[in-house]
Design a protein around this ligand. Structure first.
Ligand code: F6P
Length: 549
């Protein structure tokens, strides 16, 4: 149906119109495009002008978000309503970073006092470790902490520790922190390689305390301690637990006083702000952890209180959803131009894909269009020498998110300028491409001519007209990192609301967990496989059995 004066164009009409227009033409037609489609907030500049959108698209997406009830969903999220209906839970990770003590009720009970008590324990433990007051079983101070956990119980704290180590804030940290997640015995072996059992403490992080990989590594760690500590000394003293399942942590041998809480209302991939982030406080000190929380809280306030037209997570979410749902981009690429953010793509893969990788709506109706694109990435400039060829000349288009801290933590010559310039140049190249005439002129200028010149052109043409978002931030410190991660959390929520899905459950992951035990039994005890097992799996199991030593 064509749009009328009283009826604004639909998203589908806008998509169809834009499909015959290039990004370069959009810039040519509108001298104000950058000003209208870029947004500043608290030192950030987020440039959406290189996305395949117009101000009309944004207006229509805002209408769409209102129809999807986004305002109400944001209110419900922040007020502790059960926004995770399939598990009957709220998703109140914002409570973990709330700066005020205003009550936040879950089932009529204020969760803030429990949060504050946990924060006090995190700070005290981190301080005891950093000051050498926490002793191992033989009376020696702890020198290394090994964090054992997987998924949401690993990726967040690992990313933050990696991103902020060497930031100056951790300069006085006498305690090294390592992470072990994979059930592959190589991971634990490498982590323990040069460690001394008497001065090593393990933090076992598992919301459920039933996760196979984490329990296997925790048992491996205990065996390592028991094999080396003097007879009669307690390995339990070398463990701290973070879990909502205190009974299971106790059964493993961790004293109740050494178990820090997790709550049902915090999803694993949203949990780095809780005691799951203990290694952050150990590595950076309680102050660093507090600054991270304050940064995230500033985004919470912004998300909750800013009109959609100027709301960063809302606008990023709208454009992300438009890219996946209307423009049907199957991929989305995140490229932090920051070595410190090397683990960000992995963290975002869990945050985004475990949250929004769904095929049914929250009411159980099947989704007819994808709710999100696959997400992957790598640091710039490294990625430029890996997959950027595909971005520039591959057949499909994948919108790119460039994340660029402007100030170097450790300046060296003009290297930071080189880094920032590369980010801007890549976004420019994706947009502009390089046409045949430019290639021809270039080659001719270098002395080529005739048929050889003509033959050389096609492979060198870059189509351009490829979308990207550029996010500039002043520097990467604890507060900015908190903002960045909360920004991505909330934009993921916005995209989920637009698709009508529940971003807080992950039953797809649970399926793999339930199918592994019979195979483990088949490989360990030759137990028969369940009758429903397909022939391929049977063949593979038989091969593995035959290869056993
Ligand atoms: O990866 C699946 C998952 O269920 C994640 O959601 C969660 O973060 C991870 O497993 C670890 O779970 P737990 O903290 O209970 O060990």
């Amino acid at each position: 149906m064509p749009a009328t004066a009283s009826q604004p164009p639909s998203l589908e009409q806008l998509r169809a119109k834009l499909s015959t227009t290039t990004l370069a033409q959009l810039f040519e037609r509108d001298a104000d495009r950058f000003a209208q489609l870029s947004l500043g907030w608290d030192g950030w500049l987020i440039d959406l002008s290189k996305e395949r959108i117009t101000t009309d698209v944004i207006a229509a997406l805002i209408v769409e978000s209102r129809q999807a009830g986004l305002e109400g969903w944001i209110r419900a999220l922040f007020s502790g309503e059960r926004v995770n209906p399939s598990e009957g839970r709220p998703a109140l990770h914002m409570a973990l970073r709330q700066q005020s003590d205003d009550p936040l009720l879950v089932d009529g009970v204020d969760v803030l006092p429990g949060v504050r008590a946990a924060q006090t324990r995190i700070a005290a433990l981190a301080d005891a470790l950093r000051s050498g007051r926490r002793l191992g079983a033989t009376g020696l101070p702890i020198r290394h902490v090994v964090h054992i956990g997987i998924g949401g119980s690993d990726l967040g704290p690992r990313l933050v520790c990696d991103a902020l180590s060497g930031s100056g804030i951790d300069a006085d940290s006498p305690v090294g922190v390592r992470f072990v997640s994979n059930v592959d015995p190589e991971h634990l072996a490498r982590a323990l390689q040069d460690l001394v059992p008497e001065t090593t403490l393990f933090v076992v992080v598992s919301k459920t305390f039933t996760t196979q990989e984490t329990l296997a590594n925790a048992m491996g760690a205990r065996a390592w301690l028991e094999g080396s500590l003097p007879p009669g000394s307690s390995a339990g003293q070398h463990f701290i637990g973070v879990s909502s399942n205190v009974a299971a942590a106790r059964a493993f041998g961790i004293a109740d006083a050494d178990v820090l809480p997790m709550w049902d209302w915090v999803g694993g991939r949203y949990s780095l702000w809780s005691a799951v982030g203990l290694p952050i406080a150990i590595r950076l000190g309680a102050r660093g952890f507090t600054e991270l929380l304050a940064g995230a809280a500033s985004i919470d306030d912004h998300f909750r209180n800013t009109p959609f037209e100027r709301n960063l997570p809302v606008l990023l979410g709208l454009v992300g959803w438009w890219n996946a749902r209307l423009l049907r981009h199957a991929d989305r690429v995140v490229v932090p131009y920051s070595h410190a953010l090397g683990l960000l793509p992995s963290f975002l893969q869990q945050l985004v894909l475990e949250s929004n990788g769904k095929c049914v709506r929250r009411d159980g109706e099947p989704l007819r269009q994808p709710s999100c694109a696959a997400l992957w990435g790598m640091t710039g400039t490294d990625g430029q020498h890996a997959f950027f060829q595909w971005l520039h000349q591959g057949v499909t288009e994948a919108p790119v998110e460039f994340i660029v801290p402007l100030r170097a933590r450790h300046p060296r010559g003009n290297q930071q300028t080189l880094l920032v310039a590369n980010a801007l140049a890549q976004a420019q190249a994706l947009l502009a491409g390089r046409d045949a005439n430019t290639v021809r002129d270039d080659l001719a200028g270098r002395g080529q001519a005739g048929p050889a010149l003509e033959a050389a052109i096609a492979a060198r043409v870059c189509p351009g007209n490829r979308a990207s978002t550029t996010m500039l931030l002043p520097e990467l410190d604890a507060r900015r990192l908190g903002q960045l991660l909360a920004l991505y959390e909330h934009r993921t929520f916005v995209e989920a609301v637009l698709s009508g899905i529940n971003p807080f459950d992950q039953f797809g992951v649970e399926l793999g967990k339930t199918l592994a035990p019979p195979i483990i039994a088949a490989l360990t005890d030759d137990a028969p496989l369940p009758a429903r097992t397909d022939d391929s799996t049977r063949g593979l199991v038989a091969h593995v059995r035959a290869q056993r030593p």
